[in-house]
Ligand binder design. Structure first.
Ligand SMILES: [Zn+2]
Length: 228
């Protein structure tokens, strides 16, 4: 299931890759953000995402869909053997998802500790959305809710989602798009430059993912896709 996030090579039982990068397992969390990574500028630019992903919930409550009904919908689509949730936070999506191998990845250990306490069957992974520590073509479903728009280059994360998905595997992506007043406020607050619907449609297609459904909810957009 896991692979080296730096070079993609296999890991042995002690979580060391073929080229000698070492990772660890501590307090129930697989840690793929090691010393090398901490020095990485890329990661630092990604770090604020996860701390703030909970903040927009209020906006969901004011949109047509409640957050719970959105999670319920995504969870039922994601339900399959191997499920990966990128930017899982405390792993709430797994309350709505049936999976045998349930992998919750986040960049914040703080959230992962809570996840481990609340949802012990979820495999907690400390990792980066732009270099997933996951083998290619090994996952049935991937979700990423309120994460990818925070990245400087959302394309990289979408490419990674496609890479780890099995053929015909499903994905669900929820992002902030540049659409209206609330979007402008959030973008200013987060200091991001959100992309529009066209960007996501083109990027998702570029990486061999077929859009099965999309839905705009105020400043948010949900994409349900399948790997071709
Ligand atoms: Zn390596």
């Amino acid at each position: 299931m896991f692979a080296c996030p730096i070079d993609g090579s296999s890991l042995d039982d002690s979580l060391t890759c073929e080229k000698g990068h070492k990772f660890s397992y501590n307090n129930g969390i697989y840690d793929f953000i090691n010393q090398d990574y901490k020095a990485d500028k890329l990661l630092e630019s990604v770090a604020p995402i996860y701390e703030q992903i909970w903040a927009p919930f209020g906006f969901f409550l004011t949109s047509a869909l409640s957050y719970n009904s959105l999670l319920k919908k995504i969870g039922s689509i994601m339900s399959s053997e191997v499920v990966l949730d990128i930017g899982t936070g405390t792993g709430r999506l797994f309350d709505f998802t049936n999976c045998k191998t349930c992998i919750g990845m986040d960049i914040s250990n703080k959230f992962l500790y809570i996840l481990k306490q609340k949802r012990s069957k979820v495999i907690a992974v400390h990792g980066n959305a732009e270099t997933l520590p996951i083998k290619s073509a090994s996952v049935d479903s991937v979700s990423s809710i309120l994460v990818i728009h925070m990245l400087k280059n959302p394309q990289v994360a979408i490419k990674e989602i496609s890479r780890v998905l099995k053929n015909r595997g499903k994905c669900a992506i929820v992002v902030l798009i540049s659409n209206g007043f609330i979007s402008r406020i959030l973008s200013k607050w987060w200091k991001i430059n959100p992309k529009d619907d066209n960007y996501y449609v083109a990027t998702i297609k570029e990486f061999s993912l077929k859009i099965k459904e999309k839905q705009i909810m105020g400043p948010w957009e949900l994409f349900i896709c399948e790997k071709n």
